[in-house]
Ligand binder design. Structure first.
Ligand SMILES: [Zn+2]
Length: 512
């Protein structure tokens, strides 16, 4: 192991220790039974963070007219036959000739090299592994010279009938199509989304919650009349927006070849095929900007023609540059055309068509924004966790204020009944809008430190002046500056500070 590799693995170890100790993510779970690979628990702090991520997703989709639905997670196998999952949803695996461990051939390559091995043929995978002397990561043994396939569906039986746990929310969102048409008053386009669990029997999942066997997806599906894809109403207001497009031809050059251009130019250069798709990619990008992920850590990567699903027209991924794993796929935006509705029409025997005002019947196309809440949650921890110095060094978690798991801490300065009373009143008032952590134990310095380590942006202290003047001290997590704010304005002021509507120093009287 080189010095650099040693340092990186040391950093990763510290990071994983932080994730566990802070109550963010535990596992593989159940830990007391030794852990089941690919399954994790979100602890209290992690679940609050994941909720923030999901609520941000809901806000963005709802603001664009998409509505949330919830479908079952177990469906009879005829559905998965229609979708193609039973036949083709598999990973290419390679065995270690010594310890017999099983690995995903493409991931084994991608973990070590900055290439997208997804599009490699079986032959190319084997050649790459041989040429770069890739060996078994567990025992350092030689890998076998053979690629086989393993289906990823989790099978079960319901009342004797073969069924499977869903490997994606998407398919389950398409099935109530006739109900959607009537709910959305027989008008196209319309959009729906789901946030919910999906399951994949991944081969040797590594990379923590980024690649679990059970995970939470968040997928938006927009049903459109294919003839309107290039006269898209919502395109005009966003066409000048500059996005970090990285087309597949530039990918062959270098990482620096990402050239941010406008959506309009991307369409002119034929990076993307339609205005409607341009709007979808913008909507997906805005999800990540709204999570507070810095723009320079986001890029849009076009799929290589070999890598695209056979039915997909346009396909791009959103990638985020993580500290631990480098550029990582977070979201796929696909034009799935009429593939899904046609398949389900064929297998169910139901006509899944749309009739326009002139009585013409056609199969709508589906544009999809496919991501989940686990990866963005992980990304927020990865990007905003920082360990300063080695060993006993200070740990900071400077997550953007609006995404912090806990919004505000409330501390009585010392253990005195008259301070407790005000502190509890303040806590109750703030809990109408916020997640509040109330803490009266330990020195005030320790409580500030605990609060900051949890990423809580603001800490409120009630002291003896509070009794006289009906105000409190508000302390900023990052600058450690303090202001005095009247209790009467507190809820409003905290809201403004968390939303970034006001400068900290202007929100109250600065304490010198
Ligand atoms: Zn091995």
């Amino acid at each position: 192991m080189s010095k650099q590799e040693k340092e990186n693995s040391e950093k990763e170890k510290e990071f994983l220790a932080f994730i566990k100790e802070a109550g963010l993510v535990w596992g593989p779970s159940p830990e007391i039974y030794g852990g089941f690979a690919g399954f994790y628990e979100y602890g209290p702090l992690g679940k609050l963070l994941k909720n923030k991520v999901e609520n941000s997703i809901r806000r963005v989709f709802n603001s664009q007219g998409l509505r949330e639905v919830e479908a079952p997670t177990i469906l009879p196998d005829i559905v998965w036959k229609a979708s193609g999952h039973l036949e083709t949803f598999s990973d290419r695996i390679i065995l270690c000739s010594k310890c017999k461990s099983v690995f995903r051939a493409d991931k084994l390559i991608e973990e070590k090299f900055d290439v997208s091995a997804d599009s490699f043929s079986d032959k190319k995978l084997l050649e790459f592994i041989e040429k770069n002397s890739i060996i078994c990561p567990s025992c350092k043994g030689q890998l076998e010279k053979d690629i086989t396939r393993q289906n990823l569906m989790m099978k079960t039986k319901v009342a004797g009938e073969d069924a499977s746990l869903r490997p994606e929310t998407a398919t389950t969102t398409y099935l109530p199509f006739p109900r959607f048409v009537s709910y959305f008053r027989k008008k196209l386009p319309f959009g729906v989304f789901q946030i919910g669990k999906a399951y994949r029997n991944e081969i040797s999942p590594r990379q923590h919650v980024l690649r679990g066997r059970e995970f939470t997806q968040a997928e938006g599906q927009i049903f459109v009349d294919p003839k309107t894809k290039n006269s898209w109403d919502k395109y005009e207001p966003i066409k000048k927006e500059i996005l970090p497009f990285w087309d597949y031809k530039s990918q062959e050059k270098s990482e620096e070849s990402v050239k941010p251009i406008s959506i309009e130019d991307a369409l002119k250069k034929k990076f993307i095929n339609s205005q409607a798709y341009g709007w979808c990619i913008y909507l997906a990008y805005m999800q990540f900007v709204n999570f507070g992920i810095p723009k320079e850590k986001i890029r849009l990567r076009q799929h290589h023609p070999d890598e695209k699903a056979f039915y997909a027209d346009d396909a791009w991924d959103i990638e985020v540059k993580l500290n631990n794993y480098g550029w990582f796929e977070m979201c796929g935006v696909h034009d799935r055309t009429d593939y899904d509705l046609k398949q389900h029409s064929k297998f169910s025997g139901q006509k899944l068509e749309f009739k326009n005002e002139t009585g013409e019947a056609f199969t709508p196309h589906i544009l999809e924004i496919a991501f989940g809440s686990d990866r963005p949650t992980y990304a927020l921890i990865d990007l905003f966790y920082e360990k300063k110095g080695l060993g006993e060094g200070k740990t900071t978690f400077s997550i953007p204020y609006h995404m912090a798991p806990i919004d505000v801490s409330v501390f009585p300065l010392i253990k005195k009944p008259e301070l407790f009373k005000i502190a509890l009143d303040v806590k109750e008032e703030l809990e109408r809008d916020f997640i509040v952590d109330y803490d009266e134990s330990g020195s005030i310095g320790r409580r500030y430190l605990r609060s900051a380590t949890a990423g809580t942006p603001l800490a409120i202290t009630i002291d003896f002046d509070s009794i006289e003047k009906n105000d409190v001290t508000v302390r900023d997590r990052d600058t450690e500056k303090q202001i005095r704010v009247p209790i009467a304005n507190l809820r409003h002021t905290i809201r403004q500070l968390i939303n970034g509507d006001i400068e900290f120093e202007h929100a109250g009287k600065v304490v010198k």
